[in-house]
Write a protein that binds this ligand. Structure first.
Ligand SMILES: [Zn+2]
Length: 325
């Protein structure tokens, strides 16, 4: 399942279009932004549910501001933001975990993991209506990543979100660390518990990440790729200059059909619409191939086209190394 990041006041794609044209079943909203806006907070802690506020009846997940907390002090407690998310009617909520970027050393990453675990434990006790996402931390250290999943299983969380993986996604699609983390996490957690990779939003990578046992993806990528002029395809995102690749795709979405030639590259809202269409089409493809038990064939066909378009990409080699094990 893909749950797009939705920004109530500034989304490039309006909510009605998300529901009616895209058939979005769930979305993720930043709970911290709702909380820090006095008026919105009062509204939501009053009689208005988050579903009514957004105008969306599907599944709503909220996050906690943990990502914003990486850049600046939030003056926010775990307790307050968890209680808020639980009170406003979100289906899945997030603790105020501590993100470990790749440059955190072992000691720092260890301390952040210990605090994150404490906060999750506290959050589980405070949660009455929602499902709390247990977030994995541990930075670049496999030992800590493993301990993190063990602790979450001990706490009996019902949902696991893999945190701090975003900085490990890169333009060359070197997936080796992502592969190791997900493989280890599944080995420890077993096959049943839902796995969500925070912020994984490239439709090229999604089938590979799904193959590693991920069930839920969220991202604002459809919008921010569009603002930077990137046109998503199932084989990698392209720029206006890549005319041959663009023609090969011959996308049938309404945005591409209505745009003339390459003009879609210059219209961010239309490009965001196309990008979201691509992500959803890829998700449907993943579901279909999982049902038919033909994921390997899907991945092979993607790699073939991707490596022809992007000879410098490290996706084929990192994936084949993993697959050969
Ligand atoms: Zn399109």
């Amino acid at each position: 399942m893909f749950i797009p990041v939705y920004q109530p006041k500034s989304n490039l794609i309006p909510i009605a279009v998300m529901k009616n044209d895209f058939g979005i079943e769930g979305m993720i909203v930043n709970g911290f932004f709702l909380y820090k806006d006095r008026q919105t907070k009062d509204l939501l802690t009053g009689p208005t549910s988050i579903q009514e506020y957004i105008g969306f009846e599907g599944m709503i997940m909220t996050d906690s501001g943990a990502f914003q907390g990486l850049k600046r002090p939030l003056y926010l407690s775990n307790k307050k933001i968890v209680k808020f998310q639980d009170a406003i009617g979100a289906d899945i909520i997030s603790p105020l975990d501590l993100i470990s970027p790749p440059n955190d050393n072992f000691e720092t990453a260890s301390k952040k993991l210990a605090s994150t675990n404490k906060r999750i434990k506290q959050a589980l006790q405070l949660t009455e209506n929602s499902i709390l996402a247990g977030v994995q931390q541990g930075g670049r250290f496999m030992e800590l990543r493993g301990k993190s999943i063990e602790a979450l299983m001990e706490m009996q969380v019902e949902y696991i979100a893999i945190g701090s993986l975003v900085p490990f996604f890169n333009k060359k699609h070197k997936l080796d660390f992502v592969i190791k983390v997900l493989q280890q996490a599944r080995q420890i957690a077993g096959p049943d518990i839902p796995f969500h990779v925070y912020g994984a939003g490239d439709p090229l990578e999604m089938p590979f990440i799904a193959q590693l046992g991920t069930d839920i993806f969220d991202s604002s990528s459809y919008g921010h790729y569009a603002l930077d002029g990137w046109y998503m395809t199932p084989f990698g995102a392209i720029r206006k200059e890549q005319k041959t690749e663009f023609e090969y795709i011959n996308c049938q979405c309404t945005y591409c059909q209505e745009a003339e030639g390459l003009s879609i590259f210059d219209q961010a809202p239309a490009l965001a619409g196309h990008n979201l269409h691509t992500i959803i089409a890829v998700m449907e493809q993943i579901r279909h191939h999982q049902e038919q038990d033909t994921m390997t064939e899907l991945l092979e066909s993607i790699i073939k086209i991707h490596e022809a378009w992007f000879p410098d990409s490290l996706l084929p080699s990192t994936w084949n190394d993993f697959d050969g094990n």
